[in-house]
Every structure is written in structure tokens, then in C-alpha cells.
Write a protein that binds this ligand. Structure first.
Ligand SMILES: [Zn+2]
Length: 718
């Protein structure tokens, strides 16, 4: 893959996208277990209190969901209609303890729906997502319950609450108000209908993208593979095998498959063919066409925002983020956009010159960019991916991520054999410096057709102390190419970064140290949640980590210093492309969700015009075009929020500089503050306050611009 720093940073984080996204916070613990329920869905009695995956069958889920929803509803009703005056304990703490069964059923279900789905699971997902939305509505639009919360909120200063309790109360109040709990009944009814419809549309959207990805495979013969290095051939052969084409090679629309092909394949016609299929996902006329779904979702979001008193969805969405306003997000994106375009133009000229040098008589097209960038990188830095890749073994990179966590936070990871949902998934017991159990970590790294594309962190159980010392079970899911039997699994440098990225999210869940589930781990605003993950990527590039863990798969030798130097020297190479590819998406997202009138939206036309408005370079296509932009439409966790990755990148670049300033990438005092105020702090504080406590000041954009080679002195150099 390219030295594309943005590449893996903009990762589809399923945790925040599933139908549970807005929802999971309230589905928290309670201790009674209904006897009628499929007990194994609830009584997790395997080692580490895991669910018995082997006994769980798809047909168990629907009845389990029905009963779990009913139980949670009864718990909420009991809280709302209590005859006792509202107290923190009988209202807020009680809500925090409610919904435990539902949370268990849902967490198992959504782990499977993301990482090991099937037609049966997909059908249940379509059925259950509107039910969950309806349940969620009934909770957040419960006026009797809201009256108790509002009463407590008004009296909050007289309640003698701890700081954490005050924060939980405030978060509940904000959530209920933002959901519409204070509106009149007709408005609430409309909101409820909107939410349910959005949930169904979001599920359908993601399934359509997956269907388009499943439907396509470019099956090739050995003679079509000119330019492809050995690792890419091996991966293509394994995919062909999985899809029933013996002795052939197949390229799919999984990012790792298609991007590798675009980067190396000499056959321009085949590059063009696979590129078109890739960027047309969700836009193919027929049952998987997502464009009408998008138009409806955007209109519904707009209507919801207006019912809640906001001018548009972007205003509504950002009001409860660290950025606070679309203007603040735009200011950052604009600051980057002009510099990125200038840098991309210089990069384009260099690639066009290379084409001319080779005697090519055509203008650089989007399906050429990665191919010629790879060639130029090879020429300029004498570096090619095939030379690097044998040094990035999956198992060694997992060890590297663990070692980093040991040096920063004193954690130890011991492999354990426990029953999981798929044979490719592995588990580690995580302990602290005193040998105490911290968490169970599950890694599920290989692509397969039953897995959604992208990479994400999710959990089977979140940390809390309200119902005892509950330790988390955290899952990382990736889509790395599975090697042929007997071969080591090799990663690109970008894949290795993805691994570190998701592991950073995982640590945010595992190190969580809060009492109330609502505030645990990754339950922070989405423009702050990428800080722990993107920051963690920096340690992959720390020389001592690379020297120790980047070892050749055959010889076991460490990467030669000269190669390492050249690898790190390419960090800002092609960053104009990567930054444009990303920032265009973030700008289009904000524009789409700020439309004053979204009725009768023509999605294709809107995307075209908006790209024209921002002067998108013709040779670059958005990293995610709207018809398959799952961050925005597959659940909606990043709708009007795609800017978050860059917002977080300002934070991560500035945060890593705090370590650099000490001269020690593992400086203990800095690591301690990082743990206290970021990785273990969940949503205990406002993000800006948390950051300031860690860094001693608010972040500046300078470190980000340097990291991407976009500082003033650098932008005209390709
Ligand atoms: Zn992430």
C-alpha cells in the first residue's frame, strides 16, 4: 500500500456505526435473569465469563431479543412510575443498572453481524433494527421518566453528588433533551417514526454495500498478473480458492485486495475495470442501489434536526461534539484543503512526468494514481512494498502492539484458549503490573466473505464498577489477507498501522476505569474517540519498536537500518493525494448535512456539484463516495462527523509531540497522564478539559501540518 498516512486512519469503526450506536449507553446492567430466556445467551459461564458461542444459533436471537426488550421496558417503567420522589439512586443509578440482558443479547448478535454474518443473521438484523429503534424511542421520549431526570438536573447542586455522578446526570439530561424528551407529543411521535425508519434504512444501506462487494470478483489467469508481487499473487490465489475458482486468481472489492491491485498491476485495462466496480458500490441500478436511501435519510435527519430546534442536521450533530459548531470543523478542514490541493497538484505533475518518461501518451487517471505513485516511490526512495512486506509479520506486529502497551501502561498479554465465534479469532488475557486481570482481548484479523469490510473495535462487555468490578471483553476486527496454508501472514505497513489503530481503540476500552457504564471507555464524542487510536499509530514508527519487531519472515533478521530509514523517509510521500481523498469526503459530508432544504435530493448531482464547488482534482476520487459511505449511512455514527478523524489527528499529532518533547517515546510521567486523562478516563470530563489536563494546554494544528508534510515550506514539493 501507499505510504498513505491517511489510509488506515480513516477506518470504518463499526462500534460506532451499528444500530446500537446511539443506543448502547442505556442498555446497562441489571442482575436478575429471566428464566424464560435462552439462558446461554445470558448466563455467560465459559472462561472469562464469555458467552458459549458454540451453542448459540441464529434462530435463538429473535425470541431472546423480544424477551430482553420486554424485560428492559419493564425495568424502565418501574423507574419512571416509582412513587418515591426522584433521587440519583432510584432514577439515574437504576437506569444504569437496567437492560443487562438486552446488552448481552445485542453484543453477541452485533459481533456476529459484523464479523461472521450470514443470510439468516442479516434477515434478523433487518427485523431487529427497527425494533431496537422503537425501544430506544420509547425510552428517550418517555416524558414521565424525563420529568424525573429534569427535576434531578435542576436540583443537581443540592444533591451532594460526586464529580462522576454529576457528569452522569448531566449526560443523561443532555441525551434526553437531544432525543426530544422535552417536546410535545405530536413532535415526539414524528421523531419516533423518523428514528425507526432511519434504523431500517441504515441496515439496508450496509447490506447493499456488502452485497455489491460479494457480487464482484475479477477472476484472472497467471498471465494477467504482470507487476503483482508474490504476496499479492498468494492472496489473490487464496481468494479465488475461497470463491470456488481453482488454480485462478481473484481480485475483490475488499480494500486490501483492490488497493494492492491498483498499486502494482501493470494492466491498465484491468486496473480501470476493478476501479470502476469499486467506486460504483451502492450505485449500481437495481436492488442494491443506495441513492434513494441516502436521499430519504438526509431528508429525515434534516426534519429531525428542525423538530429539535436546529437549523440543520450538522448544527444539531456538532452541538454535542468537541468541535461544537460546523464552522469550527470547517475552519480546520479549510486550513488543510488548500495546502493539500497544492501538494496533490505537484504530486500529479510528477506522476504525469513519469508516464511521459515511459513513453505513455495518456493523461493520469484515478486508476493510475496508485500504480505510478508506487513506481515513483520505488525510484525516489529505492523502496518497494514487496521488499518491506516480509518484515511485517502479523504475529510480530501483534507482539509489537502488546509491547508498546507494556512499556506505556504496564500491561501483559497471555494467549488463552477459549471458545470464540470463529476459528480465526484469538484471545489474550490482559493483566497489569501486579498480575491482576484487566480485560480479555480478542483479535480477529483475517478477511472472509462473512465479514463486513473495514476494521473496527467492539466489545462483548464494557468496564464498570456499579455492579461489582466488571472487567471488559474487547474485540478487534480487521480484514488482512489470509495467507495460504503454511505461509506466514504478512502485512503492508498500512495494515500494520491499522492494527495499531484498532488496538488503540481496544486499549481505550480495556483501560477504562469508571464507575458508571454510561461513561465507560469509548463512550466519548466521535471527534475525540479517534485520539486514542490515531495516537497509538505513532508508536509503530518508533525506531526501537520497528527494530525489535519488524523481522524478515524467512531469515528472522531485523529490518536493515538503511531500509528502515528509507521507509520512514517516505512518510510524507503522496500525502497530498491522501489528504485530498479524505478531506473531500469530510467537506461533502458537512455540506450534505447542512443543506437548507434537502427535499428531492439528487445524490449523484449533489456529489458532482459539491466536488466542483471545492475544486476537487480530476485525478482523485473521494475515499468514500456517497453511495457506499458507510460512516454516514450505515447507522449514522459519523454523519456530519467524518471531519472527526482530522479533528482527532490534530489532537494525536500534538499529543505525540508531548512524548517527543521529553526525548523518550515511552516517557513514564507523560504516559501516566495519558492514561489518567485519556485512555482510562472514558467520558468523565469534557474532551477539551481532558486534553488540557493531559497536555497542559489546548492543541495546535502545527504538529498535524508537519506530520503530513503540509507545513508552508513543504506544500509545493511533491
Ligand atoms: Zn478508529
Amino acid at each position: 500500500m501507499s505510504r498513505n498516512r491517511l489510509g488506515r486512519s480513516f477506518i470504518f469503526d463499526y462500534r460506532f456505526l451499528g444500530p446500537l450506536s446511539d443506543y448502547i449507553g442505556l442498555m446497562k446492567r441489571q442482575n436478575t435473569v429471566s428464566a424464560k430466556l435462552n439462558s446461554f445467551l445470558v448466563d455467560w459461564s465459559e472462561a472469562f465469563e464469555l458467552p458459549p458461542f458454540a451453542s448459540i444459533k441464529p434462530h435463538h436471537f429473535r425470541p431472546a431479543f423480544d424477551q430482553a426488550l420486554a424485560t428492559h421496558r419493564a425495568e424502565i417503567d418501574a423507574i419512571a412510575t416509582s412513587k418515591s420522589p426522584a433521587s440519583f439512586d432510584n432514577t439515574i443509578a437504576a437506569l444504569e443498572k437496567s437492560g443487562r440482558i438486552l446488552e448481552r443479547v445485542a453484543s453477541v448478535f452485533f459481533v456476529l453481524a459484523g464479523a461472521d454474518t450470514s443470510d439468516e443473521i442479516e434477515a434478523i438484523e433487518r427485523e431487529i433494527s427497527p425494533l431496537l429503534a422503537r425501544h430506544n424511542n420509547a425510552l428517550y421520549l418517555d416524558r414521565v421518566l424525563y420529568a424525573r431526570i429534569a427535576d434531578l438536573y435542576q436540583r443537581r447542586d443540592a444533591l451532594a453528588l460526586s464529580a462522576e455522578q454529576g457528569r452522569v446526570l448531566e449526560r443523561y439530561h443532555t441525551r434526553f433533551v437531544r432525543a426530544g424528551a422535552a417536546l410535545d407529543k405530536p413532535a415526539q411521535n414524528r421523531l419516533a417514526a423518523i428514528n425507526e425508519r432511519l434504523a431500517s434504512l441504515g441496515t439496508q444501506f450496509g447490506q447493499n454495500v456488502l452485497a455489491d462487494e460479494k457480487a464482484f470478483a475479477m477472476v484472472l489467469d497467471e498471465s494477467d498478473l504482470a507487476g503483482l508481487p508474490e504476496f499479492a499473487r498468494t492472496a489473490a490465489r487464496a481468494v479465488a480458492e475461497e470463491r470456488g475458482h481453482k488454480s485462478k486468481y481473484a481480485i475483490t472489492l475488499a480494500r486490501s485486495s483492490v488497493e494492492t491491485f491498483l498499486q502494482f498491476a501493470a494492466r491498465r485495462d484491468l486496473r480501470e475495470k476493478v476501479f470502476h466496480a469499486w467506486i460504483k458500490r451502492g450505485e449500481n441500478v437495481g436492488p442494491t442501489d443506495n441513492r434513494m436511501l441516502i436521499a430519504e435519510m438526509v431528508a429525515l435527519r434534516d426534519e429531525r434536526a428542525k423538530l429539535l430546534g436546529f437549523a440543520n442536521f450538522a448544527d444539531y450533530r456538532l452541538d454535542d461534539q468537541m468541535a461544537k459548531t460546523p464552522a469550527a470543523a470547517r475552519k480546520l478542514l479549510d486550513e488543510v484543503w488548500g495546502r493539500a490541493r497544492t501538494k496533490a497538484a505537484a504530486e500529479r505533475d510528477a506522476l504525469q512526468a513519469l508516464i511521459a518518461e515511459e513513453g505513455g501518451n495518456f493523461a493520469l487517471a484515478p486508476w493510475d494514481w496508485r500504480y505510478y505513485a508506487e513506481k515513483l516511490r520505488k525510484t525516489r526512495y529505492d523502496l518497494d512494498e514487496a521488499e518491506i512486506k516480509p518484515y511485517f509479520q502479523l504475529d510480530k506486529m501483534i507482539e509489537a502492539a502488546f509491547e508498546t502497551a507494556r512499556r506505556l501502561f504496564g500491561l501483559t498479554f497471555t494467549p488463552v484458549t477459549v471458545p470464540l465465534y470463529h476459528l480465526d479469532a484469538r484471545a489474550w488475557n490482559v493483566t497489569d503490573a501486579q498480575g491482576r486481570h484487566v480485560a480479555l482481548f480478542i483479535g480477529d484479523y483475517f478477511a472472509r466473505s462473512s465479514k463486513h469490510s473495514g476494521a473496527w473495535m467492539t466489545s462483548l462487555r464494557d468496564q464498570e464498577r456499579l455492579s461489582g468490578d466488571i472487567r471488559p471483553v474487547v474485540v478487534n476486527v480487521c480484514n488482512f489477507s489470509k495467507p495460504a496454508a503454511g505461509e506466514p501472514a504478512l502485512l503492508s505497513f498500512d495494515d500494520a498501522r491499522t492494527l495499531f489503530h484498532e488496538f488503540g481503540h481496544a486499549l481505550h476500552g480495556m483501560l477504562s476505569s469508571v464507575t458508571y457504564p454510561l461513561l465507560a471507555g469509548t463512550a466519548v464524542p466521535s471527534d475525540f474517540v479517534e485520539l486514542p487510536s490515531q495516537l497509538y499509530e505513532h508508536w509503530l514508527e518508533v525506531p526501537e519498536i520497528l527494530q525489535q519487531y519488524a523481522r524478515h519472515s524467512r531469515t528472522g533478521q531485523p529490518m536493515p537500518q538503511a531500509l528502515l530509514d528509507r521507509l520512514l523517509a517516505t512518510r510524507t510521500f503522496n500525502q497530498g493525494f491522501a489528504t485530498v481523498e479524505y478531506t473531500a469526503c469530510a467537506l461533502v459530508d458537512l455540506d450534505l448535512h447542512s443543506l437548507p432544504d434537502s427535499a428531492a435530493l439528487d445524490v449523484t448531482e449533489f456529489e458532482r456539484k459539491d466536488l466542483e464547488r471545492i475544486d476537487m482534482p480530476a485525478e482523485i476520487v473521494m475515499r468514500h463516495r456517497l453511495p457506499h459511505f458507510q460512516h454516514l449511512f450505515s447507522g449514522g455514527g459519523y454523519a456530519a462527523g467524518y471531519y472527526s478523524y482530522m479533528w482527532s489527528e490534530v489532537l494525536d499529532a500534538d499529543a505525540f509531540a508531548a512524548f517527543e518533547e521529553t526525548g523518550n517515546a515511552f516517557d513514564p510521567a507523560t504516559a501516566r497522564r495519558l492514561r489518567d486523562f485519556v485512555y482510562s478516563a472514558g467520558n468523565l470530563r469534557e474532551p477539551a478539559e481532558a486534553y488540557q489536563s493531559f497536555r497542559g494546554r489546548l492543541p495546535t494544528v502545527d504538529a498535524l501540518l508537519r506530520k503530513r508534510g503540509l507545513a508552508d515550506s513543504e506544500v509545493t514539493r511533491p
